[in-house]
Design a protein around this ligand. Sequence first.
Ligand code: PLP
Length: 441
Amino acid sequence: MVGPHRDVTGERDTPVHTPEREAHRLDEADPGHRHLFHVPPADGGDHPESAYLAGNSLGLQPRATRDELLADLDAWARLGVEGHVEAARAWLPYHELLTAPAARLVGARPAETVVMNSLTVNLHLLMVSFYRPAGARTRIVIEDAAFPSDSYAVRSQARFHGLDPDETVVRLRPRDGEDALRTEDVTAYLAAEGDRVALVLLGGVNYLTGELLDIPAITAAGRAAGAVVGWDLAHAVGNVPLALHDWDVDFAAWCSYKYLNAGPGALAGVFVHERHLGDETVPRFEGWWSTAAATRFEMTPVSRPPATVEAWQISNPPIFAMGPVRTSLEVFDAVGMTALRARSQRLTGWLESLLDEVVVDRPLRVVTPRDPARRGCQLSVRIGHGSAAELTKRLRHEHGVIADAREPDVIRFAPVPLYSTYLDCWRAAAALAATVGQVNP
Ligand SMILES: Cc1ncc(COP(=O)(O)O)c(C=O)c1O
């Protein structure tokens, strides 16, 4: 039977078979980089810090961010307008500081990557360029479980082109009785119906199930069918290794407030494959940041865009929002995605083994694929009854465990390899076991 029982050491009652001291042992052996982050204090339970497993929603604040941001503010105080060129990190070319590290993170060339705007704004700007319905080729393919704003975005794009969104947007569903999409079902759809598809726009890691799609295989199938293939990488960037250039992805966009820890509403990123760069047949919206930097102050009426993704920029960038992205990307450069992915798989595998003990006799089911290659760090649990929001409230206020609810019935736990610990995972499983009653105790 799984449930509260006395640890073999007799130290305390544990609601999962695996004792808490095993978590401490694993944390000593595999410590991560928690010291680089502010971890919110617990709002319940008997630990001083929260077990923060909501980095898939909002990442934690790097300790370096505040001083770096203050340095940018000080430059403004000291220099006023001259900061555009005289600040230690001059504002005119500030965005260039973010380009190379962002490109490394997504496996792109610097000319293919820019940090700007926010995610959905970027998706729209990219669809202006790459969703060009013509003749019978009008469809946009998304996942049925796409993040709702992606659904709103593509439906509004269809309307913008005078098309009926109900007919234009195709929502791919998992097979009956399954939770995640199968790559072969996506590629089979594209092989069968691809000549009617203008755009494939999928989430690299699904926000709800945590499934990592086979980005290269689906990209290849979409392109072979003559469609443009774009990716929403909100839940993939900083979570799983990416090679957008080599995978031949047409375009991608991501946010920086989840795994990139750049703060609420942080600036987002964009990738456009180099085969589209400098192509004057690709429509774009323009502003003064679309013209090449050297021409920006010529004050001429016609822009001269560079043959890089910077041509998609429109406005001059918000410098104080760029600093936190820069600071965050430095952490990824220092630690490296390969090491992070390895620790991520160890941590998530451990959380999975603990959840297995808990769900076995409770009305709970892990819906994330079990194959570590088909997921990032997030595990999603579907609850059989009750409200996911109520349950996460109890986890937080009774146990200091911060997870995230997606109504009506999914709770997401994301052990983030930069700062989450084995103890966080243990606390989450123990809190879930203590909060959700067994079916036949
Ligand atoms: C997968 C996905 N796409 C899009 C969005 C919306 O992003 P934004 O509001 O920053 O445009 C989110 C937000 O969490 C998301 O998870």
